[in-house]
Design a binder for this molecule. Structure first.
Ligand code: GUN
Length: 294
C-alpha cells in the first residue's frame, strides 16, 4: 500500500506557483489576489479560511479577508460581493460556506462574477464544466484530479465508484472522471443514501472516491483488493485528548482499509491539502484571465 500524500503533491503545486509569481513580480507585475468572505465564526470555517489565507502568503499571493457578523444582513453580504466584483485588483472571490440560515446560498453564489468564481460554484462554471469547456473546476474535485495525476494513477477504462452526490464534490468529480480528459475516461458510478447494496457496488471499484461526510463509513469488506481509495471526508469529532478538543476523521476506516489498497489518501494530510492547492491554482487562472482581458 502506498499513501497518496497530499502534503507532497500540494507542495509541488505550490512550489510551481511560487516560482511563477516570483518571475511575475520580478518583471514588475502585481501578484494574484484572493478575497475571501467569512460570515459568522463557525469553528471549521474559521480554520479553513485561515488556512487559505496562510497558503496565499506562503506562495506570494495577496489575500484579503472580509468578515461579517453572523447576524449581518444578506444585503450587506451582497454589497461586499459587488464591491469585490468591481475591484480590478481582486482576481478571485470566494464566500466560505455554509452561510447562516437567514441567507440564501444559491442566490449568493450566483452574485459572484463567474470570472472571479475560484470555487467554481457559479452555475455558469458548473455548466461549462459539464460541457468540458474552460472553467473554474471546484477546488476539491480539482484537488483529487491533481492528486491522482501526481501519483500517475491510471483512470482510463477503470471502474470508479463515487460515494456522495454533493454539488461541491460528488457530482463534479463524477462528471470530470467520466470525461475524455486526463484523469478521466473512467466508467463512473455515483452512489448516495438511497443506493442499494453499496458494499457490493464498491467491491467492483478500481477507484473509490468517498465523499459522503460520515466518519469511518468505508470498511475493509467494501474494498476490492488492490483498489485505490480517495478519502474526501473531513468531519470534526470530539476528542478530549487533543488540545483543540476535536479530531478530524475521514470517511474511510483507514486502519482496516489501507492494507487492502494499492493507494490510499490519509485524513488529515490528503485531499484537504489538495483542495487548498487547487484553490491557489484557480486563483492563478483568474489572474491570467484578468490580464488577458486588459
Ligand atoms: N465549505 C466547505 N467547502 C468549501 C469550499 O470548497 N469553498 C467554500 N467557499 N466553502 C466551503
Amino acid at each position: 500500500m502506498q499513501l497518496l500524500d497530499g502534503k507532497i503533491a500540494a507542495q509541488s503545486i505550490k512550489d510551481h506557483l511560487k516560482e511563477k509569481i516570483e518571475t511575475l513580480v520580478a518583471t514588475g507585475r502585481r501578484s494574484p489576489h484572493l478575497a475571501a468572505i467569512l460570515v459568522g465564526n463557525d469553528g471549521a470555517s474559521e480554520t479553513y479560511v485561515a488556512s487559505k489565507i496562510r497558503n496565499c502568503s506562503e506562495i506570494g499571493f495577496r489575500s484579503s479577508l472580509i468578515r461579517l457578523d453572523a447576524a449581518a444582513t444578506e444585503e450587506s453580504l451582497i454589497q461586499a460581493i459587488e464591491q469585490l466584483n468591481s475591484d480590478t485588483t481582486v482576481d478571485g472571490v470566494l464566500v466560505q460556506l455554509p452561510l447562516p440560515k437567514h441567507m440564501n446560498e444559491s442566490k449568493i453564489i450566483q452574485l459572484i462574477h463567474p470570472d472571479k468564481d475560484v470555487d467554481g460554484f457559479h452555475p455558469i462554471n458548473a455548466g461549462r464544466m459539464l460541457q468540458g469547456l474552460t472553467c473554474f473546476v471546484p477546488a476539491t474535485p480539482l484537488g483529487i484530479l491533481l492528486l491522482l495525476e501526481h501519483y500517475h494513477i491510471e483512470t482510463s477504462g477503470k471502474m470508479v465508484v463515487v460515494i456522495g452526490r454533493s454539488n461541491i464534490v460528488g457530482r463534479p468529480i463524477s462528471v470530470l472522471m467520466s470525461q475524455d480528459r486526463p484523469q478521466g475516461n473512467a466508467t463512473v458510478t455515483v452512489t448516495h443514501s438511497r443506493s442499494k447494496d453499496l458494499p457490493s457496488i464498491c467491491r467492483h471499484a478500481d477507484i473509490i472516491i468517498a465523499a459522503l461526510g460520515k466518519p469511518l463509513f468505508l470498511k475493509a469488506d467494501m474494498i476490492k483488493p488492490g483498489a485505490v481509495v480517495v478519502d474526501v471526508g473531513i468531519t470534526r469529532v470530539v476528542d478530549p485528548q487533543k488540545k483543540s478538543g476535536f479530531a478530524i476523521r475521514g470517511d474511510v476506516d483507514f486502519e482496516t482499509v489501507a492494507p487492502k489498497c494499492s493507494y490510499i489518501s490519509p485524513v488529515p494530510g490528503g485531499v484537504g491539502l489538495m483542495t487548498i492547492a487547487a484553490l491557489l491554482h484557480n486563483t492563478m487562472m483568474a489572474y491570467e484571465i484578468h490580464h488577458s482581458n486588459t
